[in-house]
Design a protein around this ligand. Structure first.
Ligand code: GDP
Ligand code: MN
Length: 374
């Protein structure tokens, strides 16, 4: 994503929370659910939250409470695979339900005019306050701001706590939260770390109920190991049918749709839509193939690559890597043509993965595969 000329990587909430956990921030117990059919048994009540790279999910119906097992499974089925705020919902965060006395807003962001990391706090946080950091709406009260060039000292924490109207007993935990957020912002090269709501519970605990993190992509070289779902550039994965029998992967949305159509036209149930995007993102492909491998009915995968910007050898490499790292991947039927085709074919050949001349051949072979299994 581009904003004011800066390339920004937006983390999903569960990714942001996993990151913040490493900095010792207090978070609810949570679990990521990707397949309604494979949702694990979890303690009730739960809050189920659609994992999309956007705020405003609460108001859009993407944050729902489940009081029992039946509601939990129904909500998983309803949200997974749906579209929310124009984004596909491929994962849910299932969290222990919390009972807040109050909801506060806190964020640390790079203030471009002062060129400083700045803390922004709002007494009454929650769904009415959105994207304060980026000049969004919903701000009916003056925020508390404070430059943050170092870990804030005791006096700053005390004035923040007074602004929030927190009891003295909460100063220690507020201080720990601010230091954790500060460390995370600096070490991760974040442009924004936003907690809304920061919940104050009846027992006096403060818990980060939501988390939004935007990272500066220009600093990505300092974090070579990091892989986030949105990092996949223009790639897009959508579950179409939990009971689908043939999965697919193609480059470009048009080719991906044509591949889904060809599968359906052959009388099979298409499991997913997956556009690997321009260029190649091996980690993203490995993850997507893992997601396909976890779908209960998928018996074959049709891969349809017309290499342009996407290089056939890189796609081949990603497929081989996925096969090596995932157990029991369904049979692959690959059509591969275009940039670096010869090298791609050589790699797949050596790995014993069949390449067929056309998409129609791939679909026919996949359909044949399903018949022979049944
Ligand atoms: P957003 O609307 O995309 O910012 O999503 P949030 O994670 O902030 O969720 C929306 C709202 O759900 C929050 O502001 C809370 O008021 C509400 N909510 C109610 N109960 C819970 C709970 O137990 N846990 C969490 N995380 N949120 C809850
Ligand atoms: Mn929120």
């Amino acid at each position: 994503m581009l904003r004011s000329g800066i390339r920004i990587m937006v983390l999903l909430e569960y990714e942001a929370k996993n990151l913040l956990e490493q900095y010792g921030l207090p978070l609810p117990a949570r679990y990521v659910v990707r397949h309604a059919g494979k949702a694990p048994d979890l303690p009730m009540p739960l809050v189920l939250k659609a994992q999309i790279p956007k705020g405003g999910r609460g108001k859009a119906g993407g944050v729902l409470r489940a009081d029992d097992e039946t509601q939990y499974r129904r909500i998983c089925g309803q949200l997974l695979g749906s579209m929310l705020l124009d984004c596909p919902v491929n994962a849910l965060l299932a969290e222990e339900a919390l009972y807040p006395e109050r909801e506060l807003y806190i964020s640390l962001l790079i203030d471009r005019s002062s060129q400083r990391l700045t803390l922004v706090a709002i007494r009454d946080g929650g769904v009415e306050v959105e994207q304060v950091a980026t000049g969004g709406a919903g701000l009916g009260q003056p925020p508390f701001t404070m430059p943050c060039s170092n870990t804030p000292d005791k006096a700053s924490i005390a004035s923040l706590a007074t602004y929030y109207g927190l009891p003295t007993s909460a100063h220690g935990s507020l201080g720990a939260i601010v230091s954790g957020l500060y460390k995370a912002s600096r070490q991760e090269d974040a442009i924004l770390v936003e907690i809304n709501p920061l919940m104050l519970l009846a027992d006096g605990r403060l818990v980060c109920a939501d988390a939004k993190i935007e990272l500066d992509d220009a600093a990505a070289f300092r974090h070579p190991g990091r892989v986030y779902e949105q990092n996949a550039g223009s790639s897009q994965f959508v579950v179409l049918n939990e009971q689908g029998t043939i999965a697919s992967m193609a480059n470009g949305a048009g080719l991906a749709m044509a591949t889904v159509d060809a599968i359906e036209a052959a009388g099979a149930k298409a499991a997913n839509f997956y556009d690997v995007g321009g260029g190649t993102n091996t980690a993203g492909m490995v993850r997507a193939l893992g997601q396909i491998g976890a779908m209960p009915e998928v018996k074959a995968i049709v891969v349809n690559i017309f290499g342009g910007i996407t290089r056939c050898d890189e796609v081949a490499q990603a497929i081989i890597e996925a096969q090596g790292s995932l157990e029991a991947l369904p049979a692959l039927y690959v059509r591969l043509t275009g940039t670096n085709e010869a090298e791609g074919r050589r790699l797949l050949d050596a790995a014993g993965i069949p390449i067929l001349p056309t998409l129609a051949d791939c679909v026919a072979a996949a359909v044949e595969d399903i018949r022979s299994v049944q």
